[in-house]
Design a binder for this molecule. Structure first.
Ligand code: EPU
Length: 355
């Protein structure tokens, strides 16, 4: 039945992740058609295997013992542009397309809407899962719909943007409906000859009120990412990470005031924070981590913080997943003890018993 399916066994996963960490997948399938995705799922069902969908491996920590089920990589390709209403251009993209290459193509075609999301590693199919965002833009701003395979109803369907339930680093795919849907294709609506979105302070100060081209915006975003060690293709130890390891905590203003009382007494000038809702602010986790005594380049065994950004836990060479988890726990405990804030990790943990 699955004779045309190339299911491999005992495949090392570390090289398929940006962390460069992790054991083997008991079974592994790179699916190049929707049919293969569905056959792979049937194989897992018949053999009572758990399934993990691997994208570009840029937001995942895989355990040292690997994954005992089926790792399915959705390698569906294709980019189709269609004229929409007015200046709108609709584009349908296969989940397996490289995200940054796709952004580059759109920028060259003068299509606005995703230019600030330049330089982000991973595949298109991963972008709706955590509502990828950076430099003032989120994919939910341009996303129209997501074609998925529904593992509950055993059929392919299309979810509208509203049905995806997007929030900060959040969607139904990583919360209420985790593991239910497999992203096959994403539709975005971009704006022909639109202006870039320049709202993030680093971008604003760089362009000093001038409206840059989409291409310039992409270049500057990539340069800023590189300066923060967040451009994976630049290589090196700082890029052996999953990007931001924690979400930026969102707290009530009363909590901010409480923190101010603690920290201003210690000589800190002010706490950076960003408006979320009238009573809610976002505090940069990187800043809290530094206040708690961790610094850029901090090391514990073979795990450490990036030398350019304290929010990225990095593999400083042959780190085990356990070493990453140990450092994660140290940071979380310290932030809890000092500030009473629970730092929530951003990556997916695969093959661990307790996550
Ligand atoms: N900061 C420090 N120390 C550092 C770095 C930053 O104290 O080493 C403080 C500074 O106060 C700085 C603030 O943190 O102003 C914010 O830093 P940054 O602008 O680098 O952004 P971030 O909040 O750390 C978020 C996203 C990134 C995204 C950038 C740019 C999250 C969890 N992370 O980081 O996304 O690229 O904004 O928009 O929201 C990712 O998700 O993997 C990711 C890289």
């Amino acid at each position: 039945m699955h004779s045309n399916l190339k299911i491999e066994e005992n495949v090392s996963l570390s090289g398929l992740t940006t962390f460069r960490i992790g054991g083997e997948a008991r079974y592994f399938l790179r699916a190049q058609t929707e049919k293969q995705v569905i056959s792979g799922l049937e194989f897992a069902h018949v053999n009572e295997l758990e399934v993990f969908i691997l994208g570009g491996g840029s937001n995942v920590l895989i355990s040292d013992s690997g994954f005992s089920g089926l790792v399915l990589q959705v390698d569906l390709k294709g980019i189709l542009f269609r004229e929409g209403d007015g200046e709108a251009i609709n584009v349908t993209v296969g989940a397996g397309e490289d995200w940054d290459e796709f952004v580059g193509i759109c920028v060259e075609k003068k299509l606005a809407g995703i230019e600030c999301l330049s330089g982000i590693p991973g595949l298109v199919g991963g972008t709706p899962i955590q509502n990828v965002g950076a430099y003032g833009q989120e994919v939910s701003e341009t996303l129209v719909s997501v074609k998925v395979f529904d593992r509950h109803q055993n059929k392919t369907k299309t979810l509208s943007k509203a049905e995806c339930g997007f929030g900060y680093r959040k969607s139904i795919f990583n919360t209420t409906e985790k593991n239910r849907y497999i992203v096959l294709e994403v539709d975005y609506s971009l704006k022909k000859n639109g202006a870039p979105k320049i709202v993030y302070s680093d971008l604003k100060s760089k362009f000093e009120g001038r409206v840059p081209s989409l291409r310039e915006t992409r270049e500057v975003v990539c340069t800023i990412r590189a300066s923060k060690g967040m451009l994976v293709r630049q290589g090196g130890l700082d890029a052996q990470s999953a990007g931001s390891f924690f979400k930026n905590p969102i707290v009530r203003k009363s909590k901010l005031a409480e923190l101010e009382t603690i920290l201003l007494g210690e000589g800190v000038k002010g706490i950076p924070n960003y408006f979320v809702e009238p009573d809610l602010v976002k505090i940069p986790a990187a800043w809290l981590i530094e206040q708690a005594g961790f610094y850029k380049g901090f090391k514990k065994g073979n795990a450490g913080l990036s030398t350019k950004h304290t929010l990225a836990i990095t593999n400083r060479g042959n780190a085990t997943a356990k070493e990453i988890i140990d450092l994660k726990a140290d940071i979380q405990n310290e932030i809890m003890d000092r500030f009473g804030i629970d730092l929530i990790p951003e990556p997916n943990f695969i093959g661990f018993d307790n996550f």
